[in-house]
Design a protein around this ligand. Structure first.
Ligand SMILES: Cc1cc2nc3c(=O)[nH]c(=O)nc-3n(C[C@H](O)[C@H](O)[C@H](O)COP(=O)(O)O)c2cc1C
Length: 346
């Protein structure tokens, strides 16, 4: 088995949490985690980022739109593409096609969307554990980069099986496991169940990353204390708020507030109101997002619109952002209009 190489990006299992830094992961999110956004999240304190999930069958057919989602850049280290699919052969072929550029390949067993579960992919595979495990085993055998997997607690139709699946995946060579503490049936409702994640953390030797409802320093602290997980993954809390990673690191004493670029480069950060600070940090993030887009995939209207809505959500005056965007003649103008909005708190 050549998939045995240890990755410097995975590390080893950590024990009970003693307050020390553990890696923070930006969750893979379809329609959110494009390449410049992943690079921005890194600049804002994320340690590990993962692409949005991509259909393995489409990749094997060389579908251009799917390959575009897998775009990376030399500055993206590590590069972790995530794939999903119901066909083990296509999953393995797609993994082989990605392996030369990838540092790690991540497999999705968590997606609850019907268009994914209907092809027995994503979280539906948790209802067919033998199929899931043999799929991972084949992929580990066929690629020479580490393989990791992200799953839910189970389907919610029968008893949760994430701990059992984690144990079996560890035995076939998966090197890191991430659990979102909800079932397929729950989708995004209810609270994430960290106790079930803790059980898996205790029963496997590979690192387990905890995911679900971590949104700030206090929830990060509670989740690490409760689960002893080797790392945390943050999804919705990072939409429009890539600074959530540094908020957590500062809040847990892992880094100094004054080292953050939007603080260090501001004349009077500490004199700003809470809203003023939100505008200032989001302006810094927006300008960097635009810069990182220009430096990599180019300005993409669709992505910019989504992020502009998310970046300005909850800020006073945010309602006018949609109109403001539609009034602009070019996407460059749109980039500047959003930057202008964030420059002048109302
Ligand atoms: C808009 C959106 C898109 C998502 N896309 C993916 C995806 O492509 N791959 C994946 O493994 N999970 C995906 N997820 C699930 C997240 O990675 C994460 O597991 C989930 O949101 C729970 O974490 P949170 O409570 O921090 O948001 C998505 C979630 C959201 C909200």
């Amino acid at each position: 088995m050549i998939g045995d190489e240890m990755s410097e990006f995975i590390g080893s299992k950590r024990g009970a949490w003693d307050g020390e830094p553990r890696p923070l992961h930006l969750a893979p999110m379809s329609g959110v985690t494009d390449l410049p956004y992943r690079l921005l999240a890194k600049e804002c304190g994320a340690d590990i980022t993962i692409t949005e999930f991509t259909n393995s069958t489409a990749l094997t057919r060389e579908a251009a739109t799917s390959w575009r989602r897998m775009e990376t850049h030399e500055t993206e280290v590590p590069f972790i593409p995530q794939i999903f699919g119901g066909d083990p052969g296509d999953m393995a072929t797609a993994a082989e096609m990605l392996a030369p550029a990838a540092d790690i390949i991540d497999l999705n067993f968590g997606c609850p969307a019907p268009k994914v579960t209907n092809i027995c992919a994503g979280a539906a595979l948790m209802g067919e554990p033998d199929r899931l495990v043999s799929m991972v085993e084949t992929i580990v055998e066929r690629v020479d980069v580490p393989v990791t997997a992200k799953m839910r607690l189970g389907t919610g139709q029968s008893a949760n099986n994430s701990t059992e699946i984690c144990k079996r995946l560890e035995s076939v060579g998966a090197q890191r496991l991430c659990i979102h503490g909800r079932t397929l049936k729950q989708r995004y409702s209810g609270e994430a169940d960290w106790s079930s994640i803790k059980q898996a953390v205790e029963e496997v030797e590979v690192p387990v990353v905890a995911n679900g409802d971590v949104v700030d320093a206090s929830s990060a602290k509670a989740c690490l204390t409760h689960t002893g997980a080797s790392g945390l993954m943050i999804g919705r809390g990072a939409i429009g708020r890539p600074t959530v990673f540094s908020d957590i690191k500062v809040g847990l004493g892992w880094m100094e507030l004054d080292r953050l670029p939007w603080v260090a480069n501001h004349d009077d950060w500490h004199g700003l109101s809470e809203a003023g600070q939100a505008f200032a940090s989001r302006k810094w993030c927006w300008d960097r997002y635009i810069h990182l887009s220009e430096a990599t995939i180019g300005l993409q209207g669709k992505w910019m619109q989504r992020h502009a809505i998310a970046f300005t959500k909850g800020l006073p005056g945010a309602k006018k952002v949609r109109t403001l965007m539609h009034e602009q003649a070019t996407i460059k103008d749109m980039a500047e209009a959003i930057s202008g909005f964030l420059a002048s708190p109302v």
